[in-house]
Design a protein around this ligand. Sequence first.
Ligand code: TRP
Length: 457
Amino acid sequence: MEKKRSSFTGKIGFVLAAAGSAVGLGNIWRFPYLAAQYGGGIFLLVYLILAVTFGFALMCAEIAIGRKTGQSAINAYGQLNKKFSFIGWLGALVPVIILPYYSVIGGWVTKYLTVYIKGEVAAAAGDAYFGGFVSNVGPSIGYFLIFLGATALVVLLGVEKGIEKVSKIMMPILVVLTIFIAVYSMTLPGAMEGVKYYLIPNFDGFTVGKLGKTLLAAMGQLFYSMSLAMGIMITYGSYMKKDVSIEKSVRQIELFDTGIAFLAGLMVVPAVFAFSGGEADVGKGPSLMFVSLPKVFEFMGPVAGRIVGLLFFLLVLFAALTSSISLMETVVSIVRDKLGWGRKVACLVVFAGCIALGLPSALGFGVLSHIKPLGLDDILTFFDFISNSVIMPIVALLTCIFIGYVFKPKALIEEIEIGGQFKAKTLFTVVIKYIAPVFITLILVSSVLDAFGIMKI
Ligand code: TRP
């Protein structure tokens, strides 16, 4: 039986809800470490170009598909064309892969919150602190389970509304605090080198192979951060009213999401240069934020550092929780729709599945650190790679081909124009039909060949 869909109230309701899902660990944890790893200014430039072209077109397309069909992803593709419902299925796989390792990072955030509650400001800034934590089996599993358990509890009890209300207050405070820490970080002695590294593209020694990898990393980050290529925005679109402008909403969501990611980079990257080995440390990967920010907080002094650190990790925890809750909701609703299970059973099964899938990621920095799938640094990075750099680009590619050549952009443009003028429709059509398919294919093929060691780029 089809339930009647409720819609977002007002114009701003949609943007806030979609931005709430988009802003999370992707912006604060993932963007800075990728930017640091992939050449700073070059990554930033590539990311911005992709955001206003690929990101814009794909988000418009997904929201329009959702609003047109009034369905969530799996059913939406099927309704437009039976043969293409598999795109929805493939997209649905992404939250299943992301949620378990997202909870591992959420666990790290929880751990650091307790550190600042206890006032261990100096200890947390020690070089070996993070490594000591993640290599210890008990805490690395414990905090992962606490975060995942909290997420599951909220979904099980159906109290998301409460969390959403709190996070609507927390989000603006997080933005203000991020600006404050970024400014503080930039004025640290030695930080200017980092600011330059982050903002000014340096093409010295930049090769085609590096460009390919940077493009893939930036593209994966774009999808991840804006919750694209996994059906989420289709679902959001299905709740959107017809008189709201899709184009304007997408611009606002993009600006908000990219703005926060940019600030997070400004907070983390200069700190790496101020306190650690600068260029030598930029490739630290997933641990970067947890290693560099405690040093910034320590520099503030024991009292101020404790307050700012506590507030920061508390706010990030909320941003992470709203995302993980919405990820788990997505997975639970897929399971319920397709298997017809009750809410409680579906929640518990998804929870158990997440534990099983997440444990290897949680242990991958300690007892399982010798396992390096596909030659990647750790198990978490492997899951991250499979979802962001393989499945999501494939979903995006298939979506573009389907819209561009089977369903035709015109049908979606008409949907978008119901809510107002679509100024960028030429850009939309060109990106969907030509630029995105060619680029994504090139990047995907070369990087997969590279990852499997068939061809070195
Ligand atoms: N975009 C979120 C972030 O930046 C992560 C995310 C990916 C997400 N897919 C999602 C959040 C689906 C909610 C729903 O952290």
